[in-house]
Design a protein around this ligand. Structure first.
Ligand code: SF4
Length: 368
């Protein structure tokens, strides 16, 4: 347990496609949030005091907090950090300036995940973002000059977007990491209510462009949506994709903790949304059986270019998995979706594009 996720739910504006747990600031809300966060952190620290290898402040927009609030947030976390710990903060371009970056460095942040989404003003207006092209460029340049590891979020495949231009801009700036997504129209969001539709063909084309342009520039696709220069991979997110354990704090946050007996490989704890969380309601706990863990590990691990080691999964869960999977694996190999190295399943390029079907077939094989 050496990774911690902290959810900061506040955002300056609410984007019409967003279905994360976010709110605008109301009077006294941030103070109440910080007070409750400190109580929750102290409780969690008693049970899990190990120094952290990765800390991820996500949201919401953590960089939307004021300076003294950011200082209070870091003071509320009693954990020590291991040497070389990765400390990531999600930030919107409009919330950064030189002083703010200096403060973040002093607090120990060494990696910024910038919600740029596009460098085109028309696209940014369509997405309802609070920043424009100039603000996005300036934020990335300042963050790189300030010595941060920088990851950019880009949304690709939008109707009015010049996809190649956005990708080339990202590579020209010299960032070490890009998360490239397509727009998901989630139920209940303003975009869904407006009847916006996804366009799978255009989105598949955009992801192919992302792979070609980013890999050409030295950013290797190491996960379905994530590209990095060697050594720049998101260590915190790798804990999720490798189905590891992590601590979580804050409203709406989910953590995964080791289970106590043979029937529960792990526990997932999901914290309630802000109002109930502020009133002290504890997280909801759900046991993850060894079989569920095996299924999740396949689903998450096959998002990674490194794939999943089924033998290691068998050791972790005490289940015999390979015999049940073998026939499905052979078919998927023949169809060009998987490669096998020893007991490691590795998705091919085609397999990465058709991940959903590959995972479903492996799950069906496991359920026998
Ligand atoms: S800034 Fe990010 S978290 Fe906040 S509303 Fe927009 S998409 Fe959601």
């Amino acid at each position: 347990m050496s990774s911690l996720y902290v959810h900061v739910p506040f955002c300056p504006t609410l984007c019409p496609y967003c279905d994360f747990h976010v709110v605008r600031r109301g009077p006294g809300w941030v103070e109440a949030y910080l007070k409750r966060l400190q109580e929750e952190a102290e409780e969690l620290y008693q049970a899990h005091p190990q120094p952290l290898q990765t800390l991820y402040l996500g949201g919401g927009t953590p960089s939307f907090l004021r300076d003294r609030e950011l200082v209070a947030l870091f003071q509320a976390l009693p954990w020590k950090w291991q040497p070389g710990a990765e400390v990531t903060l999600e930030a919107n371009p409009g919330t950064l300036n030189q002083e703010r970056l200096r403060l973040l460095r002093d607090l120990g942040v060494n990696r910024l995940s910038l919600g740029v989404q596009s460098f085109q003003d028309g696209v940014l207006r369509f997405l309802g973002r609070a920043h424009g092209r100039k603000g996005a460029l300036r934020a990335v340049e300042m963050a790189l000059e300030g010595g941060f590891r920088v990851s950019l979020d880009l949304i690709l495949g939008l109707p009015m977007q010049e996809v190649e231009k956005d990708l080339k801009e990202a590579t020209r700036l010299g960032v070490g990491h890009v998360s490239a997504y397509t727009l998901q129209v989630e139920k209940g969001t303003p975009f869904a209510l407006l009847g916006l539709k996804e366009d799978p063909e255009r989105e598949a084309w955009a992801m192919e462009k992302a792979e070609a342009i980013l890999e050409e520039a030295g950013l290797r696709r190491y996960e379905v949506s994530n590209f990095a220069r060697p050594g720049e991979e998101a260590r915190h997110n790798l804990v999720y994709w490798r189905a590891g354990f992590w601590l979580a704090l804050g409203p709406g946050a989910t953590g995964q903790y080791p289970g106590q007996d043979l029937n529960a490989y792990a526990f997932r704890r999901t914290h309630p949304p802000l109002p109930r969380w502020l009133s002290g309601e504890p997280p909801k706990e759900e046991a993850i059986s060894p079989l569920e863990h095996a299924k999740e590990s396949l689903m998450l691990g096959l998002r990674l270019k490194e794939g999943v080691d089924v033998e290691a999964l068998e050791r972790r869960t005490g289940l015999s998995l390979w015999p049940g999977l073998e026939a499905a694996i052979q078919e998927l190999v023949q169809e060009g979706h998987l490669q096998v190295e020893g007991f490691r399943l590795i998705p091919t390029r085609q397999g990465l594009f058709l991940l959903h079907q590959t995972v479903l077939r492996l799950w069906q094989a496991l359920e026998g």
